[in-house]
Design a protein around this ligand. Structure first.
Ligand code: GYE
Length: 329
């Protein structure tokens, strides 16, 4: 049954990788329930592997499932919504006990979420939100407040340039177009800096949350604009790619161009400690343990909060030096 399910999923163009979760229970359907096992099966559709944050998030989910004794069916959507929709439909067919997913973009989920609801399977949104107005389509949403992250980035900038009157030319590397973190971080940052007209966003483009695209777009920004004072990158990886572009143009990141990023993964924290990045607003990827807890409760029909917020902080260069040795991801 497992083999047939996998073949169908592959035929549908979905990359489904099964995790060797506890108990080796690949066929978590009839056999196990017949045998009295109450091992839960969770279908998880991940965005992709676009960033250090995502890698840490995947690891957290996989390890937490194993620890909780949950049979995890993990699917990587390679940053494509159509792959996520196929994966979710395949989870319905496999009769999983719960579905969690990190929606690559905010819009366009209502139809498939209705199908999941009709199948009686609880859904937990992980990390990213959807814009469905019908909130009965999912049980809860666990993740960060991305607007707050953007706000923190903007507030640092306002303080940094306090008392200075010259214009501040900002370029922005946005995350994946249409994704909750790109929309919300842009808004949080933009609203704060709008209070002072000296802050000008002179160019803003998507770098798709990847290092390669961050580098490519920053190269284009540098060619088109002479006086860039600040880069706001929606994640560390794009900031790290941009650092390569800035150095390639003979400029000094952190000095000639100040860089603000979001996430706080190890490579980002190292660049911050090295003075190449100026400030990071943290976004925690370690959602696994809380997710498994919510899955268990949702399957039992227990009451769970409709929003579970992740706790996070911010890092200056000095704070990064202190935090780096104990950083887990
Ligand atoms: O900031 C970025 C990743 O959705 C919060 O996605 C996540 C974002 C994260 O690719 O690095």
């Amino acid at each position: 049954m497992f083999r047939r399910g996998l073949a169908a999923a592959l035929a549908a163009g979905v990359l489904v990788s099964m995790l060797a979760a506890c108990g080796g229970g690949q066929d978590s359907g009839a056999n196990q329930s017949g045998g009295g096992s109450d091992q839960l099966t969770l279908g998880f559709s991940q965005v992709g592997a676009e960033s250090g944050w995502r890698t840490a998030n995947t690891k957290s989910v996989q390890e937490a499932a194993q620890e909780a004794g949950i049979d995890l069916k993990f699917s990587d959507a390679q940053q494509k919504q159509e792959n996520q929709i196929k994966a979710i439909r395949s989870f319905i067919q496999q009769k999983v006990d719960a579905i969690a997913f990190s929606p690559v973009v905010e819009s366009g989920w209502d139809t498939v979420l209705k199908e999941v609801k009709d199948a009686g399977i609880p859904v937990i949104l992980t990390d990213r939100a959807v814009d469905s107005t019908d909130t009965s389509l999912y049980k809860t949403f666990i993740g960060s407040d991305f607007v707050v992250e953007g706000t923190k980035a903007g507030e640092w900038l306002v303080k940094e340039y306090e008392g200075k009157l010259d214009p501040v030319n900002i370029v922005e590397l946005q995350g994946t177009t249409g994704s909750a973190p790109a929309n919300d971080r842009k808004k949080g940052f933009g609203d704060v800096i709008a209070a002072d007209p000296k802050f000008k966003i002179i160019a803003s483009q998507t770098g798709d949350f990847t290092r390669a695209k961050g580098k490519e777009v920053m190269e284009a920004f540098l060619k088109a604009n002479k006086d860039i004072d600040v880069l706001f990158a929606h994640n560390d990886d794009m900031g790290l790619g941009a650092i390569e572009a800035i150095e390639g143009a003979g400029l000094k990141p952190g000095t000639d161009i100040k860089i603000i990023t979001i996430d706080g993964v190890k490579d980002g924290m190292q660049a911050l400690a090295d003075g190449k990045i100026s400030f990071i607003a943290e976004c925690s990827p370690l959602l696994g343990p809380q997710l498994m807890d919510l899955v268990k409760k949702a399957v039992k029909g227990e009451q769970i909060p409709t929003r579970v917020l992740t706790e996070e902080t911010t890092f200056t260069q000095e704070q990064a030096k202190a935090a780096l040795p104990g950083r887990k991801y």
